[in-house]
Write a protein that binds this ligand. Structure first.
Ligand SMILES: Nc1ncnc2c1ncn2[C@@H]1O[C@H](COP(=O)(O)OP(=O)(O)OP(=O)(O)O)[C@@H](O)[C@H]1O
Length: 295
């Protein structure tokens, strides 16, 4: 597994990483979340030696990361690093060679992913003639040409259309299913909630929440009830233990305690008109995130 232990990285007065400790488990997809400037890119760059830590460590399988390991990692940096005038397949071969792989291996892997991502017929085109989304797919393949054990992706979904997003999500799930360790940063919480088993939330260079998403949601001290109704709005004021989080025509989202009496909530819901649906749930990732970064 990939492990950060008390990692510190300063840029002058700014501590981009300020005692950052977390782990990324193999065979799972981990979503790396945090507000702008929280330290995500810096942490990812530290894995590749592109940001040198001032203190603490980042390790892979219990040992410091060397150049040899990095040749078996894949990285999609925030600043997309393709050569615009090079042709797609030529570029992938070049990048694969830099990782020390044979041409035949790289060609096999590159052609497989070009096919899977619908780019086989663009393999001979210059990168700068491709759309933004297709360039991003090539960038992803560039991170995959060495068949990495660890894949680190900085905002791989940004700027993709819904179809490209679904293709990218399928691909990450496939890679993790085959045993790869996948860490990616994103601001798209709905997508992370759907795709990731684990999340790591960083704020001001410190980890504020990390772990299995289902466990984190279950451990949250509050629950939410979504009520849809027809007729008059229910009178929630009689429920001391509930707060209205969101109210729109015909629907309300309430926050309650884990041990609040649900029968009383349902009775209050029925005080206005007919209840159409009544759903009791743990928090969404977005609610976990807001709570974690506000603390
Ligand atoms: N090369 C640098 N020189 C000076 N400051 C830097 C440098 N790189 C990052 N920082 C600062 O470190 C902090 C963390 O930045 P980082 O890019 O890691 O955040 P991030 O979580 O990736 O943000 P975003 O979501 O906006 O991409 C910010 O305050 C940023 O301004």
């Amino acid at each position: 597994m990939l492990a950060f232990d008390s990692a510190v990285k300063r840029f002058g007065p700014v501590a981009a990483l300020d005692g950052c400790t977390f782990e990324v488990q193999p065979g799972r997809i981990t979503g790396f979340l945090g507000p702008n400037g929280a330290g995500k890119t810096t942490a990812m760059r530290a894995v590749f030696g592109l940001a040198r830590l001032d203190a603490g460590t980042v390790s892979w399988r219990g040992a410091p990361i060397t150049g040899q390991e990095r040749a078996r990692f894949g990285y999609m940096p925030e600043e997309r690093g393709l050569y615009p005038r090079m042709r797609v397949r030529q570029q992938l071969l070049y990048l694969g060679r830099l990782c020390g792989r044979s041409d035949s291996d790289v060609r096999r892997v590159a052609d497989r992913w070009l096919g899977r991502l619908g780019l086989a017929d663009r393999a001979g085109d210059r990168v700068d003639t491709l759309s933004h989304g297709n360039q991003q797919r090539v960038q992803l393949i560039a991170a995959l040409v060495n068949e990495p054990e660890l894949l680190v992706l900085d905002e791989p979904f940004s700027g993709l259309d819904p179809i490209a997003m679904a293709a990218m999500a399928d691909l990450l799930a496939h890679l993790a299913g085959a045993g790869a360790t996948v860490l990616f940063s994103s601001h798209q919480l709905d997508l992370v909630e759907e795709l990731c088993e684990d999340v790591v939330i960083i704020d001001h260079g410190r980890i504020v929440l990390a772990g299995d998403l289902t466990d984190l949601r279950a451990a949250f001290p509050q629950r939410f009830v979504d009520v849809r109704y027809r007729g008059l709005a229910p009178d929630w004021s009689r429920l001391a233990a509930a707060q209205v989080v969101e109210a729109r025509a015909g629907q309300t989202r309430l926050r309650i305690g884990r041990d609040t009496d649900l029968a009383a909530v349902l009775a209050a819901a029925r005080s206005g008109g007919d209840v159409i649906s009544f759903a009791y749930q743990p928090p969404t990732l977005s609610e976990l995130f807001r709570q974690a970064v506000a603390a």
